[in-house]
Design a protein around this ligand. Structure first.
Ligand SMILES: [Zn+2]
Length: 437
């Protein structure tokens, strides 16, 4: 009722100054409210939400209920997704010293024969060095790529870290390697190894494995002593499954669509609290905050499924909806600190939105980077199709300590930071949906 009343006042006093005050009031209400934190706690109780798992099914039901309870129109859209199941993994150094190595398989990695596989380790400190290496140096051996990611506020090193994970196994396979080892694409100093997707598929028959930092360090120290490693894995590929994107929508006066997305699935380890529980909680809270406003534009919320293991949900959404009148898209799938940067061009609706929240940006030390937004993986299909993007970037200094590990759990998210992230997303979406031409 209060929101309805506010919207009515807004309608009567439609001028830039009045609107700015409304926007600021909206922001300060959200930044002091715990809705997204409550949603995150509920979601992480489910546990991991990997595609094809019971947790994924439960998360779909939960998200539908949250939209419904907030009075937002909700529906599901189905698609077919691959199913891979992690089994038992044993990685052991057998020469020049014997040691169990703490490791995790990358998604889609192949199982080994019962007796395991064993081989000499050949060392590379970067993906480029692996690319340059001749086939005879790799064939029949176990490749180890030791790229070290450093903590950065914008998480910049993940670009090379994820490239090492995505392309490394493929290159190793092409050169005849029998297994692929990498230093985890992460920045922690603990013994939590980081999983993630890679470009090879299960049928390629290559075990692809990430080592915890300490274990990668050990292998590096021994690299000149012809280390040998033994690997056993019982991971399996199963029949594809039906999965669902969950969509919510608040209709505005115009059919022009503002899309806000995050991904509902997570890896099969941890609780997916930061990846992408933060994003899911942000999207659902935003929907609840603006559900009762009278909007000029339509806002569509998309909880994409299977971002992690193939982007199938994003592809399905694009196939079904590419001709819908999207004008602005945002994705919440990165960072766990406070927002420090927003990227968006000065022209069009994006420019108007960011100008309207300038005072908030200043107060919270958020830098407006006046460039075209790039979007994240799920909305990347809409890049260069006339849809504007705004990128909201929370501090990611510690994000890659936990990302894709057993250690991505609820306790890593500070309530104050989540409320800050939610407030920026919700306010940008609210402003974009409210502004007149
Ligand atoms: Zn993610």
């Amino acid at each position: 009722m209060r929101a309805f009343f506010l919207a009515f006042i807004l309608f009567l006093s439609f001028n830039v100054y009045g609107l700015q005050k409304e926007i600021e009031k909206f922001f300060y209400t959200v930044v002091n409210d715990n809705k997204s934190f409550i949603f995150l706690e509920q979601l992480t109780r489910i546990g991991p939400r990997f595609i094809g798992s019971q947790g994924n099914v439960e998360a779909v039901l939960w998200a539908e209920k949250v939209f419904k309870d907030c009075g937002v129109k909700v529906w599901k859209e189905d698609f077919i997704a691959p199913r891979w199941v992690r089994g038992k993994l044993e990685v052991a150094l057998i020469a020049p010293v014997e040691r169990k190595l703490i490791a995790i398989e990358l998604g889609g990695s192949s199982g080994t024969p019962k007796e395991g596989i064993e081989g000499e380790v050949v060392y590379f400190d970067s993906l480029e060095k692996l690319k340059e290496a001749p086939e005879h140096a790799i064939s029949g051996k176990i490749v180890f790529v030791d790229f070290v990611m450093r903590r950065k506020r914008n998480g910049a090193d993940y670009r090379e870290g994820s490239r090492t994970r995505w392309l490394g196994p493929k290159i190793a396979l092409e050169k005849g390697a029998i297994a692929y080892l990498m230093r985890s694409a992460g920045t922690g100093y603990d013994r939590f190894p980081h999983t993630g997707i890679t470009a090879i598929s299960y049928s390629d028959g290559l075990p692809a494995i990430a080592l915890a930092p300490a274990d990668a360090d050990l292998l590096r120290r021994l690299k000149d002593s012809i280390p040998r490693v033994k690997i056993f894995s019982s991971s399996r590929q199963l029949a594809p499954v039906t999965a669902y994107n969950v969509l919510g929508e608040i209709e505005g006066k115009s059919r022009e669509i503002i899309l806000l997305g995050a991904h509902l699935d997570s890896w099969d380890v941890g609780e997916g609290a930061i990846d992408d529980g933060i994003g899911v909680a942000t999207v659902l809270a935003t929907a609840c905050y603006i559900a009762n406003y009278s909007l000029n534009r339509t806002v569509r919320f998309v909880l994409f499924n299977n971002e992690e293991f193939g982007l199938d949900g994003a592809r399905d959404y694009f196939d079904r909806h590419k001709d819908d009148p999207h004008i602005l898209a945002l994705e919440a799938d990165f960072g766990l600190g406070k927002v420090f940067k927003i990227r968006g061009e000065k022209k069009g609706l994006v420019g108007k939105v960011l100008k309207s929240i300038r005072r908030i940006l200043k107060r919270y030390n958020v830098k407006w980077v006046e460039e075209k937004g790039r979007g994240g993986a799920d909305i990347s299909f809409f890049r260069d199709r006339g849809v504007q993007f705004i990128d909201i970037t929370p501090d990611s200094t510690f994000y890659f300590d936990y990302h894709h590990t057993e250690n991505d759990t609820f306790d890593k998210v500070q309530q104050e930071n989540l409320q800050n992230i939610t407030a920026f997303y919700a306010t940008v979406v609210y402003t974009a949906a409210t502004l007149k031409e």
